[in-house]
Design a protein around this ligand. Structure first.
Ligand code: HEC
Length: 182
């Protein structure tokens, strides 16, 4: 190897070594074409997709893993008739504490700590908020109260996203029943 070649080897070696940015430092990328793919932000237009959206559209007829379709989306009466409370009769301290926890997180601001419809936001609400101690709610089957939590009713929205676990919703129903009995 000539002196000139050895010198070139040193220079190239030095350049390559300098790509390593050092301990705890990012490497220096001289040619980074293959290192990073083009990225798209959510909601961005993507001309490569047939629908023009960077967000992928789920294939037709598929559901996310673990998703259970709700059988009575628009039918509180059928829900009341057909949905069976899997926690029926469970009034142990754990179940009731579980129900109370979710009631206080998702319902109490409106329906009140005592379930009497006198929560902290009641005075700001355009219409009176119903008490859950009424004969109406007492006479609703468990499934119908579950339905109201899941889908809402009239002015009240759905609380399915606040209480995602189905048994937690049933525990709220049991908790409401336990206060109604008092
Ligand atoms: C933002 C206020 C608000 C929150 C929070 C709320 N509700 Fe309601 N709820 C209402 C209103 C208003 C109505 C009356 C809706 C209508 O029929 O137009 C109602 C109605 C109901 C009814 C039916 C009462 C009847 O007489 O028909 C039940 C049962 C009920 N809510 C349970 C719950 C439960 C359980 C939660 C918690 C998961 C909850 N609500 C959270 C405002 C709220």
């Amino acid at each position: 190897m000539s002196v000139k070649n050895s010198f070139m080897m040193l220079v190239v070696g030095g350049l390559l070594a300098s790509c390593n940015g050092g301990p705890n430092k990012p490497n220096i990328e001289l040619i980074n074409d293959m290192m990073k793919g083009p990225d798209y932000k959510a909601q961005q237009y993507d001309e490569h997709q047939p629908h023009g959206r960077s967000n992928r559209v789920p294939p037709e007829g598929t559901v996310p893993q673990g998703f259970e379709p709700y059988a009575y989306p628009n039918d509180p009466v059928a829900a009341g008739k057909n949905l069976k409370n899997p926690l029926a009769g469970k009034n142990d301290p754990e179940t009731l504490a579980r129900g109370k926890k979710y009631y206080s997180i998702a319902c109490q601001v409106c329906h009140g700590e005592k379930l009497d419809g006198k929560g902290t936001v009641t005075s700001k609400y355009p219409l009176p908020i119903p008490s859950l101690l009424s004969d109406t709610v007492r006479n609703h089957p468990d499934g119908r109260v579950f339905h109201i939590i899941t889908k809402g009713q009239g002015l009240m929205g759905s609380y399915s996203r606040q209480i995602t676990n189905l048994d937690d919703r049933w525990a709220v129903v049991n908790y409401i029943r336990s206060i109604q009995r008092q």
